[in-house]
Design a protein around this ligand. Sequence first.
Ligand code: ADP
Ligand code: ASP
Ligand code: MG
Length: 411
Amino acid sequence: MALIVQKYGGTSVANPERIRKVADRVARFHKAGHQIVVVVSAMSGETDKLIKLAKEVQATPDPRELDVVIATGEQVTIGLTAMALMNIGIPAVSYTGLQVRILTDEAHTKARILDIDQHNMRADLDAGKVVVVAGFQGVNAAGHITTLGRGGSDTTGVALAAALSADECQIYTDVDGVYTTDPRVVPEARRLETITFEEMLEMASMGSKVLQIRSVEFAGKYKVKLRVLSSFEDKNDGTLITFEEDRKMEQPIISGIAFNRDEAKLSILGVPDRPGIAYSILGPIGEANIDVDMIIQNTSVDGLTDFSFTVHRNEFDKAMGIANNQIKPAIQARDVHGDNKICKVSLVGVGMRTHAGVASKMFSTLAHENINIQMISTSEIKTSVVIDEKYMELAVRSLHRAFELDGPLAS
Ligand code: ADP
Ligand code: ASP
Ligand code: MG
């Protein structure tokens, strides 16, 4: 007998028929003698609808109240999933985040899980019930409902698996695993049977939304056995996230390509090149709680230089306001330029550690397509470039081909 956490995303619970399919799968595992905790997302499109609704009432919704509104999507699907299970004779009980007591910090709309009370879930599992938990939501110490950021049900699933020391956490979605890149953008992308935890972490942080990054962090920290599978078909075992020591085979140089349209670039031009200038620019941005991703500063020949950085696109207007009204006058910069039509494309692979030449092959591939590179950043297992958004698909497709990721399944 195993304890398995199964997380079902929005398309997997999109309507009553899909929910019945989920119940059928859960029932099969339950009948095989396993203890099952099910985590569900809201029906697909529902969270977007709720955010839109909130914005119609208050242009910039109050974060506490926004969480009250957007947490409702998952409350609907837990009840429906429990009912679907009962309908086929499987005892089930649903819990919201507050009812479980998934304790989070105070950060409304992007809260972090601090602790999970196992008491009720354990009692129900021991009584033979399937426990159905709302993804994406928790409660802070003051008792207010919080949410975990978009895609946060993945994190609920993995965090529950860690807390309950589950044997496996299965993330059921609308693709049958993690692919070399988003198969909706590159149809030639192939499914990976395994991907290392480090690679998955980079893929998620560079924009592959198949798993929320915090879920991967949890899996790494607590060594949760994590698998991504299709809820639509049972034809394979999906993709297993492995810890490198488990892997014996030769590593491919590049395992995947991630891309991200969520960024925007700010350039402060004519900046005096002197100690403390980076702090004078990024200090006010940090104080406004805006995360900065890539940073580039040139050296100067005439005492003046340019300084560019990227932020999340949602925070572009706010960052531009700070740059123009605070930073520019304070350091007497010449001008501020903003561009919110950029994207970031990243190659990810642990094989980069032992192989040189990845960056130059990446740059020559992009040059061949006449794509200008605006920014570059690298880490041990990742090379990223910022390019014009309109070339994103072309860049991803040509890199996918150049690094020989097109083609049949790798094993
Ligand atoms: P869910 O609602 O089940 O959480 P998501 O839409 O959040 O599903 O994540 C699944 C989607 O992630 C897929 O439909 C696919 O378009 C996208 N995706 C992006 N990158 C990848 C990748 N490397 N492998 C597989 N899917 C990816
Ligand atoms: N329903 C939430 C969202 O759309 C959480 C999730 O689906 O994981 O972001
Ligand atoms: Mg998701």
